[in-house]
Design a protein around this ligand. Structure first.
Ligand SMILES: [Ca+2]
Ligand SMILES: [Ca+2]
Length: 210
């Protein structure tokens, strides 16, 4: 007198089916100008400044100048241009003039563009007066067991005083991840002192969760 086990199924499809899976593009991002050392449109900085606006595993990067010209047309020597790091043009690499001003966008799975993200409240459980600012996900879950979804997709970290994105502070992280939270250690900083940060997590909205 048993009952059926609970099964799940999946199907193998022709390669062209998977290749044709719908995709989408993010908005264009232009966070830097080439007036300093170059034009830095790195993924880590863009994510820090635009939390939840770029998927975790982009499929492609698309780069053009802010006026819409192709990279090739500029004659610039490009240091980095890939979907994992983003885009970097260094003025020091140019034989004539400096880098143009570029903008970038990323191709993502369609789900990313159509499924809304719900953000938790802001958390600031620690101050950097000890060894650093410890806002790890495990500590935050202990403090607020029901406040954070099981699998956060994104993390947003800003200073508590000026709401400056962590990636714009020039400080070094020890942990910076949607699944582990955020830790800044004083010992890793040039000034031996972290700013005080607050964090929040981007989750699948409850009505869209599996
Ligand atoms: Ca730019
Ligand atoms: Ca803090």
């Amino acid at each position: 007198m048993g009952k059926c086990r609970d099964y799940r199924v999946r199907f193998q499809c022709p390669r062209r089916f998977c290749a044709a899976r719908p995709k989408c593009w993010t908005a264009w991002f232009d966070r830097d100008n080439p007036s300093g050392t170059g034009d830095w449109e790195t993924l880590i900085a863009l994510r820090g400044e635009n939390p939840g606006k770029i998927c975790n595993n982009p499929l492609q990067i698309h780069v053009q100048t802010t006026s819409g010209a192709s990279v090739a047309s500029t004659g610039n020597v490009i240091a980095v241009s890939d979907k994992n790091t983003g885009f970097i043009c260094k003025n020091s690499n140019q034989t004539q003039g400096s880098c143009k001003d570029y903008r970038v966008r990323f191709q993502c799975p369609l789900d990313f563009c159509i499924l809304p993200v719900c953000w938790t409240k802001w958390y600031d459980r620690d101050n950097p007066s000890g060894t650093g600012d410890w806002e790890s996900l495990s500590d935050l879950r202990r403090q607020d067991p029901k406040g954070i979804c099981d699998r956060p997709l994104y993390i947003d970290v800003v200073t508590t005083d000026t709401n400056t994105p962590f990636t714009s502070t020039g400080q070094t992280h020890y942990v910076y991840s949607p699944t582990q939270g955020f830790v800044c250690r004083n010992q890793d900083q040039a000034g031996r002192r972290c700013h005080d940060y607050k964090v929040r997590f981007g989750c699948p909205c409850p009505c869209f969760s599996p």
